[in-house]
Design a protein around this ligand. Structure first.
Ligand code: DX5
Ligand code: ZN
Length: 217
């Protein structure tokens, strides 16, 4: 299976959002990655439901929504109504992660769990059998354009081992600082999905950079 590429809309031109969404529609990218920030779990606020709704009307590929918000259970139903395919909550933002995962699935979405750079893979040892996707943060969440943390490679290997041990089909997604320098090694460690913002939207030709990632593995 070739690696999935999920452009992070946080790095798009918000003044020309429809143009950028259509550009991704016409590309070889697989999903739209949308970062929702609450200014509390992370020190930044991105965009909310009206923007997601507008994006969903134009986007022709699955919406992969990354909630960087406290108590995300409050918004699971709303994101399901907005056409979300994969809804990811942070391990660090959930008091009852098992309940959050079940609720996401009850609303017909794939359940993702994101782990901050400081959080150990073993924290997911008991939950992994229920999770459809683990989003490994390769930067501290909150901002695009940050530098990739090298220890992420070790974490991908550990997570891949955990998934194999439990005979689970969970996907491994990497988010933050992904580019054509680290993508190869991430894939060889076991990454299935690459989220990438600035590497695509700051490129002279975003379509070429998407193709570069898609041609790996
Ligand atoms: C960071 C976000 C990422 C970010 C990735 O908090 O979760 O999705 O937009 O952007 P780049 O690829 O520029 O690091
Ligand atoms: Zn993200």
């Amino acid at each position: 299976m070739s690696v999935k590429v999920a452009p992070s809309i946080l790095a798009a031109d918000f003044g020309n959002l429809e143009r950028d969404i259509k550009m991704i529609n016409s590309s070889k990218a697989d999903w739209f990655h949308l970062d929702i920030m609450d200014g509390l779990f992370v020190p930044n606020i991105s965009f909310g439901m009206p923007v997601v709704e507008s994006i969903s009307k134009v986007a022709s590929k699955p919406l992969d929504i990354h909630l960087m918000i406290m108590e995300p259970d409050r918004y699971i139903e709303i994101f399901s109504n907005l056409g979300t395919k994969i809804l990811t909550v942070h391990y660090e933002a959930c008091n009852h992660l098992h309940r959050s995962i079940q609720k996401i699935k009850d609303y017909g979405m794939k359940a993702g769990v994101a782990l901050n750079p400081h959080s150990n893979i073993n924290l997911l040892a008991d939950a992994i059998v229920d999770i459809d996707l683990v989003c490994l943060m390769a930067v501290n969440p909150g901002f695009g354009g940050q530098t990739f943390i090298e220890n992420t490679y070790n974490k991908v290997r550990e997570l891949k081992q955990l998934i194999d041990d439990k005979n689970n089909r969970c996907l491994i997604e990497i988010d933050g600082g992904v580019n054509d320098i680290n993508a190869n090694e991430l894939i060889s460690c076991g990454a299935d999905v690459l989220v990438t913002g600035n590497y695509i939207f700051s490129a002279p030709d975003p379509l070429i950079n998407i193709e570069k990632l898609k041609s790996l593995n």
